[in-house]
Design a protein around this ligand. Structure first.
Ligand SMILES: [Fe+2]
Length: 610
């Protein structure tokens, strides 16, 4: 049974295709259109998935959409007709967004691809069942508790349930407008970052601050109950009426106006970031405790946008409420396409679900397009770009490891592209984690992004326990763990004067300073031999040469740009930034050897700042 899943028209559109429950391909539309988190109907992603599966749209057993547009409209409509005041303009916008656009999907798809599967139908799966299926079915667990932490789907914002074998059931939900995702997004907006993409920055900022406002937030903005359920004080939110979601009451409460983006970050915003992070962690931990008590499960799976909060995930792991936790790497709405396809398949299939107890079936999330060496060479020759072909695999790995040791910053492009927001080695910029200047250099000269943002370490899986307080695998870079005390060289002090943030970033805190955050934590990616062979070999060789099994791994893009997909995207990013070496499969490109170009700052116009 071959099933295609589609997520579209909210944010981060994507498509995924599965064959008898096995994931064949999954990809986000932004990678093709080069518009970050595009909500467009994912025409390119669908084409790629069909091609990868070698099938026409009309031959599919089913085409599935990741949410129920009618239920979603029910929410929008009830807002319009209910107790809230909504402007006429906004009502019209909601109507066209939620109904006209979504009702047109089957026809739009037919116009491009013809008949929608054997039955010419577009099936739908409720939003949180899509998230839940994306978390449970690829997990390595025969059974587990399920926790969906989201902004909003149709009505549900938080859902809990249980998966056993093929069966998945969501038993309880917290509904709109009470939403953990929208709560965090309101603070993201208030602290001057972009909603739906800047949440990561808020999380990155939090460790610099002191959680001084936890009580103020809990007394005024969100009431938390013992079972983890919560209630928002709607006076503080404008999302019922417009898209700016923190109301002016925030200004009065914190006695500071909402920060304008790209302006100086006052210490108060940093403390507010620390405080909301604490509040969200308290809710998640309480929800998890209640879930464990009620389900008696020892495993937990998670998805939904808030499940990408790696700091909260790290704290949850430390609580040891569950023995094992697996989080869908495409936890945001991009994962909905995969989840809806899996949900449909397991509801229809007669065959039992097979679980490999050690590994998940997410295939390291390397589920996107790949380009072989011949194709890359053809492109490089056609474009007259100088490169060195290295056909000996071991020599290539050795060269890459030596470049890192020499302090070079490398654009690494190899194999299938990652599905989900994190680069895991296939479309990554890598560098030396031991180099104290690397964080600042990479932020300002490579990524062109805020200097406070930390970088993540990729570490050999078997060495992770020697460097981090981490007792589990973290192959998808979704867990923050502390750097081990014996690897620290300085005790961190919190930021007291924001003017000195940069100085404090540049203070060495551990023997891997470029990936050690101000609170001595790190967002760890563990790399194993069987799940990501080439990246593992690079780290392994680097360890042999230097005694350090870790390198910096950050996504291959500049600020606001989707992760590179094609060799052309990679070359453009290489030439626009101070990346020293570009590795395209087994082709090595050295910056100094490339044709001289005028300084290309076009990316600033091409991509909207995130
Ligand atoms: Fe969602």
């Amino acid at each position: 049974m071959i099933v295609l899943g589609i997520s579209a028209y909210y944010h981060d559109s994507s498509a995924a295709i599965i064959n008898d429950g096995v994931i064949v391909a999954a990809v986000q539309e932004e990678r093709f259109t080069r518009v970050k988190q595009t909500a467009d109907l994912p025409i390119y992603s669908i084409s790629y998935c069909l091609e990868e599966a070698g099938i026409e749209m009309s031959e599919l057993d089913a085409v599935v959409f990741y949410e129920n547009p009618v239920l979603k409209f029910d929410r929008s409509l009830s807002l319009g007709l209910g107790r809230y005041h909504i402007s006429k303009d906004y009502q019209n916008k909601l109507f066209s967004k939620y109904i006209l656009q979504k009702l047109a999907i089957p026809q739009e798809l037919r116009e491009v691809f013809g008949q929608l599967g054997k039955n010419d139908l577009l099936y739908t799966v409720p939003h949180h069942y899509s998230h839940a299926a994306s978390a449970f079915y690829p997990s390595p667990f025969e059974e587990s508790a399920i926790l969906i932490l989201d902004g909003v789907g149709e009505w549900s914002t938080t859902s809990i349930g249980v998966g056993k074998g093929k069966k998945l059931e969501l038993t309880h939900s917290i509904d709109f407008p009470n939403s953990l995702g929208l709560l965090y997004s309101a603070f993201t907006y208030y602290c001057g970052f972009k909603v739906n993409s800047g949440e990561y920055k808020l999380m990155g900022l939090a460790p610099y601050g002191e959680a001084k406002y936890v009580k103020l937030i809990k007394d005024n903005i969100v009431e938390i109950f013992e079972d983890g359920s919560f209630s928002l004080n709607l006076e503080y939110f404008d999302f019922l009426d417009k898209e700016i979601i923190a109301s002016s009451k925030f200004d009065l409460l914190f006695k500071i106006k909402a920060r304008k983006s790209e302006t100086k970050i006052e210490i108060k915003y940093i403390d507010i970031a620390a405080s909301i992070q604490d509040v969200v962690e308290e809710i998640i931990i309480k929800l998890a405790k209640n879930l464990a008590k009620n389900t008696k499960q020892k495993n937990l799976v998670m998805a939904g946008g808030v499940a990408l909060n790696c700091s909260a995930n790290g704290k949850l792991l430390l609580e040891e409420i569950f023995e094992n936790i697996w989080i869908q790497p495409a936890s945001g709405d991009a994962g909905g396409s995969l989840g809806s396809a899996l949900s449909y398949y397991y509801a229809q299939s007669k065959t039992p679900r097979k679980v490999e107890n050690t590994n998940d079936s997410q295939k390291s999330s390397l589920l996107g397009p790949e380009y072989d060496s011949e194709t890359i060479q053809e492109y490089l020759r056609f474009s007259n770009l100088p490169f060195h072909l290295c056909e000996d695999y071991n020599l290539l790995i050795d060269k890459i490891a030596r470049y890192i040791d020499d302090g070079k910053i490398i654009g690494h492009f190899s194999g299938r592209m990652e599905y989900g927001p994190r680069a895991l080695g296939s479309r990554s910029i890598i560098g030396d984690a031991r180099d104290i200047k690397m964080q600042n250099q990479m932020n300002l000269k490579i990524k062109y992004r805020e200097s406070f943002r930390p970088f993540a370490p990729a570490v050999l899986e078997e060495e992770a326990k020697n460097y981090f307080d981490l007792n589990s695998k973290s192959p998808y870079m979704l867990i923050v763990a502390n750097v081990k005390t014996d690897k620290l060289i300085n005790n961190t002090t919190k930021i007291t004067d924001p003017k000195n943030i940069l100085d404090q970033i540049n203070e060495p805190r551990s023997i891997i300073p470029a990936v050690t955050h101000i609170d001595n934590s790190a967002r760890v990616q563990t790399v194993s031999k069987d799940q990501n062979r080439r990246f593992y070999d690079i780290l392994h060789r680097f360890n042999e040469l230097t005694g350090c099994p870790i390198c910096i791994n950050t996504s291959f893009n500049v600020r606001g740009e989707p992760i590179v997909c094609t060799p052309e995207d990679a070359y453009r990013c290489f030439m626009r930034t101070e990346i020293d070496i570009l590795i395209l499969e087994n082709c090595i490109l050295i910056k100094e050897e490339q044709p001289i170009r005028n300084k290309d700052d076009n990316w600033k116009d091409e991509y909207e700042l995130d």
